[in-house]
Design a binder for this molecule. Sequence first.
Ligand SMILES: *[C@@H]1O[C@H](CO)[C@@H](O)[C@H](O)[C@H]1NC(C)=O
Ligand SMILES: [Zn+2]
Ligand SMILES: [Zn+2]
Length: 373
Amino acid sequence: MPSSSVLLVFLLLVLSVFVNAADLYKSLELSKHASEQDIKKAYKRLSRKYHPDKNKDPGAEDKFVEIAQAYEVLSDQTKRQIYDQHGEEGLRAHEGGQQHHANPFDIFSSFFGGGFTQQQQTRRGPSVMLELEISLSDMYKGANIDFSLKKHILCDHCRGSGAASDGDIHTCRGCGGSGVKLIKQQIFPGMFAQTQSTCNECGGRGTVVVKKCPHCKGEKVMEHVQHYTLNIEPGMPEGHDVMFDGEADESPDWEPGDVIVRVRSKKEEGSWRRKESTLYWRETIGIDEALLGFKRNITHLDGHVVEIDRTGVTQPGYVQAFEEEGMPLFEQSGHGNLYVEYIVVLPVKLGPDMRRKLGEVFYEADDPKRDEL
Ligand SMILES: *[C@@H]1O[C@H](CO)[C@@H](O)[C@H](O)[C@H]1NC(C)=O
Ligand SMILES: [Zn+2]
Ligand SMILES: [Zn+2]
C-alpha cells in the first residue's frame, strides 16, 4: 500500500473543502495518544461509514473529506509531529503557506485497494447484536460503560492461514491450484461430458496445509475476549443502536461484520420512569400536606435537587409539570419535562383526640347533632 506521503507527491490536488479549526484527532474519534494502528483502524471504519457511495446523508461527503484529510496528516509521521507541536498553522507553514490535500477518494482507494464497489463484493461475516440495559441515571448523565465480548480473531501466529509456516502451504495437487476439478463422465459409450466441481482435496482453496499451525491447531482463528467501551450520550433514545464497525468475528474468509449494541434504560425500582425525553416521578404526601401545602426536595438522577413548594390544596392524583427537568434531549441542548404526580395517603386510623379536633375544624362546634359523631 503506498503511504500517503507518496500519494501526496503524485496527487497534489487542491480541494475546496478545508477543515481548518477541526481537531484532526477528533475527526477520527481518537485521542492524541493513538497508535499508527489505531489511526488506520479509525480511518478504515469511518471512511467506510461516510463514503458517499454508501452514506446518502447530507453532510456525509464533507465528513468523508474531513476524515481523509485527518488521515492524510496523522498517518504521516512527519506531518503528525508538526501538527502535534504547531497545529494546523504549522502544517500550512510546512507546505509553504498553502495547504494541499490529496483527493479523498484516492486515499480511500489506495487504502482499500480499490473503490467502494469492489470493497462491497468481499463477503461480510455475520454481525452481532446485543442489548444492554443501562441505569436511568447513566442515561441521564451520560457514561462510559465497559463490557467484553468473546469473539474469534485471526490467529496471530499464522495470521489466518492455518499453517505452521508459509512453506507449509502447498499448491493442491488434486486441482493444480485452480480449486476445481474437471470430471469426465461417460454418458454414452464413447461419449463424454465434462463437469466442473469444487476440488474435494482442498475444498476449493487451491492450496493445502501440510503442517498445521501449532497455535490455533489449523483452525485459523482463536477465541479472544475483547473489551469495549460503550459511550452513552446523555438522553440516548430507547433502542438506540451503537455500532462497533467491523468488530464481529474475524475469519480469513470474510470482512468482519459489526457489533451492534442496542441500548435500553433499566426498569428500576423507585419512582423514576422515562418515556422518551419525559420523566415521571410519584411523590407521596400526607393529608395535612395535601390540605395545607408543603415543601419537599426531590433528588434528581444526577443528584441535583428539584424543590417543590406548594401552598394551596393539592388534589390526589394532581400532576405538576417541571419544565427542563426531564431527560436531556439527545444530541441537542435542553431537556424534556418532568411530571410529578401526587399521591395522597390518608391515615389508617384516627385517634379520639385527632377525631375530635378534626370534627371541630370541619363542623361548627355549636351544632349539637354533629358533636355526637
Ligand atoms: C431543599 O434543598 C435546598 C438546598 O438545595 C435547601 O436549602 C432546602 O432547605 C431544602 N428543603 C427541604 C424542604 O428539605
Ligand atoms: Zn485442490
Ligand atoms: Zn494459527
